[in-house]
Design a protein. Structure first.
Length: 366
């Protein structure tokens, strides 16, 4: 898409969103897809996932497995509204191997089965991270060689367990500091910067068909961190390391302006030959929420999604949970919340309407 077309899309979308907020009937979380029968689709009845399909961008959500088991409306919305799912926690190392050598796959297997039953793809999250590591690993004293073997085995076993069932793996998560230097994690300290290329090679060996991503936050626009990541991906591609994509998490806060150069940032990864995705979108607000903040939130979601829609090889847009009933935000950012598309009673917010309109406007898309 040319820059002129991008500008036109953004302007037109803003107008449609403004109009729709006044006139559209409220959509529901359990919207089902209508059969087409050769007639133009009635977009009001289409789920986010189906609207995304018309644009070539999958629309996903992170899934909280406790909520999925206990809350029927949550399960219904997760099943019908989205075309891909990401386990919010159950594929992380502390969840799958709480005791050394003894694996707990059941919750993650349940999500994979849920996705299959609902014709959804799965983003695997995440293999190499500094956080949510099991105690036996962080408290243990291992030599660098031992730690390298432990990491190799973790990747081989986990990717192997899910072989053929994962669409995209977040192989390496949050490896950078905001200034563009590599994070001083246990992996960097003990194994040196080569751990990143090794992790991608090991994951590729275990499942050659999965798309392998590096994922991070605060890399939505062009900045020191996203540029360092760009340089790393460029080097890895030149060295034929099997890296397929860059995940841009998209955790925003209405009190800071949403970057308006997301498409410029994602577009430069197109040029490296890798895919991109928005992998963890949410937009938090300082409580209590007023109408201005609610509309600013809708705009921020829209800016994130449009950045993806405008980028040729941006393949998916995932929200980090869809209801305020279950959100990581209040527990981490004191006094903030309301970050999701639906409120705690599953009522859609302006942000939900806004991203529907973006998808409708963008079809037929890429
Ligand atoms: O949403 C996740 C929350 O339930 C966990 O307690 C937390 C632990 O660090 O991780 C959250 O998910 C994070 C994701 O895995 C990586 N990017 C940031 C997400 C929000 O913290």
């Amino acid at each position: 898409m040319t820059k002129a077309n991008r500008t036109a899309l953004i302007a037109a979308t803003a107008a449609v969103v403004a109009a729709s907020l006044c006139t559209l009937p409220q959509a529901t979380a359990s919207a089902h897809d209508a059969p087409h029968h050769g007639r133009p689709a009635d977009t009001a009845s289409l789920s986010l996932g189906s609207l995304g399909d018309r644009t070539g961008v999958r629309i996903g959500t992170a899934v909280d497995m406790a909520a999925l088991a206990a809350d029927a409306p949550y399960k219904a919305a997760a099943a019908t509204e989205f075309s891909s799912v990401t386990p919010e926690n159950v594929m992380k190392w502390e969840s799958v191997e709480p005791t050394r050598g003894s694996y707990t796959w059941a919750p993650a297997d349940q999500l994979v089965a849920f996705a299959r039953a609902n014709h959804q793809l799965v983003r695997g999250h995440t293999l190499v991270w500094h956080s949510q590591l099991p105690g036996w690993l962080t408290a243990g004293s291992f030599t660098p060689d031992e730690l390298r073997d432990i990491l190799h085995r973790h990747i081989t076993d986990e990717v192997g367990h899910f072989r053929g069932q994962i669409w995209q793996w977040d192989v390496v998560n949050e490896a950078f500091n905001d200034d563009g230097t590599l994070r001083n994690s246990i992996w960097l300290q003990e194994l040196g910067p080569g751990y990143i290329a090794d992790a991608f090679r090991w994951a590729h060996e275990a499942d050659p068909k999965a798309k392998l991503f590096i994922n991070d936050y605060n890399i939505e626009g062009v900045n020191a961190k996203s540029t360092a990541l760009y340089d790393l991906v460029s080097r890895l591609r030149a060295e034929h390391v099997p890296i397929d994509g860059v995940g841009v998490q998209g955790h925003l806060d209405v009190q800071y302006p949403a970057p308006h150069d997301i498409a410029d940032n994602l577009g430069r990864f197109d040029e490296l030959g890798v895919q991109t995705a928005i992998t963890e979108a949410d937009v938090r607000i300082t409580m209590p929420v007023d109408n201005t903040e609610r509309e600013a939130q809708a705009e921020a979601y829209s800016v994130l999604l449009q950045g993806c829609l405008l980028t040729e090889h941006c393949t998916d847009f995932t929200v980090w949970g869809f209801t305020d009933k279950y959100s990581w935000v209040p527990g981490v950012f004191t006094g903030e919340g309301s970050a999701n598309l639906f409120d705690e009673n599953y009522r859609p917010k302006s942000a939900y309407t806004a991203i529907r309109q973006d998808l409708i406007l963008a079809a037929p898309g890429k």
